[in-house]
Design a protein around this ligand. Structure first.
Ligand SMILES: [Zn+2]
Length: 345
């Protein structure tokens, strides 16, 4: 989405290009509007000191490291909120979805006025959010001046990661995303997917939450991922945003439907794990087939497939057969579901 001022400038530019008679007509018949082609989906990187500070504090809070003195109250507030959220990384979405646009800690303080008072955790328990989030935001504002030095070094790291993407993926980004969308049976939702690069973050190091408009916003830590892993991580998180935007009209949605029909409904772990495994497999394949033939799956190097077990291997096998043209999308998904143990009655 362009800013209104920018849009107006573009409108004026187009107006200058049309023949005078038409321009006159336009001038008398309301604002000139050229038919606009929607831009294909792309990644829109962001770096922000406040967002970096946020994730740095969360990373320190989740580690055994002793924070520098100025950060200690913020780290403590983050630990408190983490306990209140039953240590559920995804529950943080209730507040982290409010971070986009924050440049300074004071922006986070202002945004958290809109945080929900409480949320319901997956188990059904209610967790208080707003008070703890506001305490954390206030502590961040106190810590911000002392963070300036760290930020200088962090900014170099996030900038280096962005430059690595631009040098290696940049020239092929359109091709990468087009292949990824086509493989997942998605129509292009014409998104500019926001990806905040941060220097460090607590487990799992990258996450996608819904922003206030219900769009996926991705946060990716850049420090532990050398080589092409960063590219897969960014694409994987972007896939979550695409999944939200395409509203089940995709291979992911079709897999969920087939799982449900086989008795593995939303309360079944497989209902969430298998589409997620498919995201891992496809993001790795997209990077390997379009960007770097030597790419090794994040799922392999970080042992995600091993932890998921046989079902992840089934996804990999059937999906590779599909991408190689041996199975239709439907046959591959049916194969995945048929390979599962029958759902408990
Ligand atoms: Zn994921």
């Amino acid at each position: 989405m362009r800013k209104p001022a920018e849009r107006a400038a573009i409108g004026r530019m187009l107006l200058a290009l049309v023949p005078p008679a038409l321009a006159l007509l336009c001038a008398t018949s309301g604002p000139f509007r050229a038919p606009q082609e929607k831009a294909p989906t792309r990644i829109e990187f962001h770096e922000s000191e406040a967002v970096d500070l946020w994730f740095h504090v969360r990373a320190v809070a989740g580690s055994r490291a002793t924070p520098i003195e100025a950060l200690a109250p913020a780290v403590e507030a983050a630990q408190e909120l983490h306990r209140a959220l039953a240590r559920d990384a995804l529950a943080w979405g209730a507040v982290e979805g409010l971070l986009p646009g924050a440049e300074r800690a004071s922006d986070i303080v202002a945004a958290f006025v809109r945080a929900p008072e409480s949320i319901e955790l997956p188990g059904g328990a209610k967790a208080p959010v707003r008070a703890g989030a506001q305490k954390l935001a206030a502590a961040l504002a106190q810590a911000e001046p002392a963070f300036a030095e760290t930020w200088k070094e962090h900014a170099l790291r996030t900038r280096a990661a962005r430059e690595r993407w631009q040098a290696t993926v940049g020239p092929k980004e359109r091709e990468l995303i087009a292949f990824h969308l086509a493989s997942l049976g998605m129509r292009d939702p014409n998104l500019a997917i926001p990806v905040y690069l941060v220097a460090d973050a607590s487990w799992p190091g990258a996450v996608t939450h819904l922003d206030e408009a219900g769009r996926g916003v991705c946060f990716v830590a850049v420090d532990t991922e050398p080589g092409s892993l960063l590219f897969e991580t960014v694409l994987h998180e972007a896939t979550h945003a695409l999944d939200v935007a395409t509203n089940d009209d995709s291979a992911l949605g079709a897999l969920r439907k087939k799982l449900e029909a086989a008795g593995h409904g939303p309360r079944d772990k497989l209902y969430h794990d298998l589409p997620h495994a498919l995201m891992f497999v496809q993001a790795a394949e997209s990077v390997r087939r379009v960007i770097d033939p030597a790419h090794v799956d994040y799922g392999e190097s970080e042992k995600v497939y091993e932890r998921m077990g046989a079902s992840a291997e089934a996804v990999r096998g059937f999906w590779h057969d599909h991408l190689d043209g041996h199975l239709t999308l439907d046959q591959a998904l049916d194969g995945i579901v048929a390979s599962l143990e029958p759902a408990p009655k």
